[in-house]
Design a protein around this ligand. Structure first.
Ligand code: DON
Length: 553
């Protein structure tokens, strides 16, 4: 009997019916099927996890334009088979001309310019980040990894989910920009399932990137066209901004949970601090003894989420611009103080939970995929345009959408952004700064060996969603697919609401209300893609809330 079954029997946890995809050597889980297949093919041909990640990321830029991108940014967390971990931060940066108040209108109110149109974008990092990771760790020629996406850009049959997604984003966003309308909506005639979707400009851009790497995107023909269109349309990104873009190669955050080593995202993500704080508050409480999905367990986890998010609002930002007190926020004593402030019976009021006072350190629509290669190298990559289809702008002649990542800054401290997240002074707009992120690519080890590779899109719900899937595996003994399928919840401090997915049982909700939570429904809490290593198998789980695929060999 496998360990999972034993744990499940002991804890009386129902094992949900769906099984993960199981393979022995290599696995890709991504949010779009053709992209998964391309990653698997790269590894079958001898490529490693970084090669596969580059190929999958370029493929998603073609087949999953809601979030896959050339015009956005993200994070790639790598752990090699030799046990070294690196965090490639290719998050967008504010343009040099950006100013603190650039999104505050004459009436003192925040405008929508951080969300829609030419002024919403930070300087894209994706091409630079993929190149940097490939230079250090890739084994197959760069051009061979871009080639499959060039082929896709020349035409692939539209899936039902993409045609539906494009049509629903049309009135709100996509039809507002002529070039976007022309490419993605066929001038309002809409693609239907199985129509061949051709992106000729994108194929040409990708061909230049295949040939010249980031030189084309940041200094060459693509850069010149990009900067010229920006200027023509009132955007801020200049040729100089593009030339100056740099991927930051950072040390991941590490921590432990019940004998597992957690390797996760450092600032400018708030995600790693979130995972480590939330799990730190839970450790030793025995919160899971009442069972998966029980109101008592949900209550304690939600209270931990509330406390982390209060800290997020004040203490986290781009570490190149703001001293994030990471060690203070993660110190045992500070986390114990947070843990002790949780009442097991009664919900706190967010207004009474203020950001804490950690000791200052002495020194200083998104998508995710997870990959493990036959040698045991692991990649967790989350990248994004921020909102679904980003700013809605496609650069004429280049064929790719631009991000609206500037909305992740605090346009006006104390006011909520697109995700309803309230942020403070630390995360104000400054030239060349990276906005605070919630993206949380994470790798977990047990006894020094790979146990789990996980991450998700979902804005502020990424951290809480990823945390729950990890807890479902480590605390409730669920298999990866069951851990992902189980209904999730979310608390982000402000607004003071416990958001739950609709599948949560009514009596659980009633019990949570009785504890004082204001409960509201939400369509999903992140879209998690994860691989768990168990009993000699790689088990790939993909989120039922999305349209992805797990595959390997
Ligand atoms: O970096 C962040 O936290 C956000 N820009 C992520 C946006 C996102 O996940 C949207 N997808 N659903």
């Amino acid at each position: 009997m496998s360990r999972r079954w034993v744990v499940s029997l002991l804890l009386c946890v129902p094992l949900f019916a769906r099984h993960p995809v199981r393979e022995r050597k290599a696995m890709v889980v991504a949010q779009e099927q053709q992209a998964t297949d391309i990653g698997v093919a790269v590894m079958k041909a001898g490529g490693n996890a970084v090669d596969a990640a580059v190929a999958v990321a370029f493929a998603l830029a073609v087949t999953h334009p809601t979030a896959g991108n050339l015009g956005g940014g993200g994070f790639l967390l790598l752990r090699t088979d030799r046990g070294e971990s690196t965090f490639f931060d290719f998050r967008e940066r504010a343009p040099g001309k950006a100013t603190r108040d650039m999104y505050i209108g004459p009436d003192g109110k925040v405008t929508r310019d951080s969300l829609v149109g030419w002024r919403a974008s930070g300087v894209p990092g994706t091409v630079h980040g993929l190149w940097t990771a490939h230079q250090k760790h890739g084994s197959k020629p760069w051009a061979s990894l871009v080639a499959p996406s060039i082929k896709l850009a020349k035409g692939f049959p539209m899936s039902y989910s993409l045609s539906e997604s494009l049509e629903s984003a049309a009135p709100r966003l996509l039809s507002k920009f002529p070039e976007t309308n022309r490419i993605y909506l066929r001038d309002g005639k809409f693609y239907e399932k199985d129509d061949v979707f051709v992106q000729a400009d994108l194929a040409r851009t990708l061909t230049r990137i295949a040939k010249h790497g980031p030189k084309d995107f940041y200094e060459g023909e693509t850069a010149r066209l990009f900067a010229a269109e920006m200027e023509k349309n009132g955007g801020l990104i200049t040729l100089e901004d593009l030339k100056n873009y740099q991927t930051a190669v950072r040390k991941p955050l590490t921590g432990s949970y019940k004998g597992h080593e957690i390797i996760t995202a450092p600032p400018p993500s708030s995600g790693g601090i979130g995972i480590l704080q939330i799990m730190g508050m839970l450790e030793g409480t025995g919160y899971h003894n009442t069972g998966a999905g029980s109101a008592a367990a949900i209550h304690v986890v939600a209270e931990a989420m509330r406390r982390f998010n209060a800290d997020r609002s004040e203490h986290m930002a781009d570490p190149d611009f703001f001293k994030v007190p990471v060690s203070g926020l993660l110190s045992k004593a500070y986390i114990e103080q947070l843990r002790n402030s949780i009442d097991r019976e009664k919900a706190s009021k967010s207004d009474a939970v203020r950001p804490g006072k950690p000791a200052l350190a002495e020194s200083a629509e998104t998508t995710h995929f997870s990959i493990i290669d036959p040698k045991g190298n692991a990649v967790a990559l989350t990248y994004t345009l921020n909102g679904s289809y980003g700013s809605g702008v496609t650069v004429p002649g280049l064929g790719f959408l631009l991000n609206n990542e500037m909305d992740d800054f605090s346009a006006k401290p104390g006011e909520a952004n697109m995700f309803g997240v309230v942020q403070g002074e630390a995360n104000i707009i400054q030239p060349r700064k990276r906005p605070l992120s919630s993206m949380t690519p994470t790798i977990i080890l047990k006894d020094g060996k790979l146990k789990m590779v996980v991450g998700a899109p979902g804005g502020s719900r990424i951290i809480t969603g990823v945390a729950q899937v990890i807890l479902n595996v480590l605390d409730f003994g669920m298999g990866v697919q069951s851990a992902i399928d189980a209904p999730r919840f979310h608390h982000q401090w402000q607004p003071d609401k416990l958001m739950v997915e609709r599948e949560m049982s009514p009596d659980t909700i009633a019990a949570l209300r009785a504890k004082g939570h204001e409960v509201d429904f939400i369509s999903n809490v992140a879209l998690v893609e994860a691989i768990v290593v168990e009993d000699g198998w790689l088990a790939g789980g993909t989120d039922r809330r999305a349209h992805g695929k797990a595959a390997g060999f």
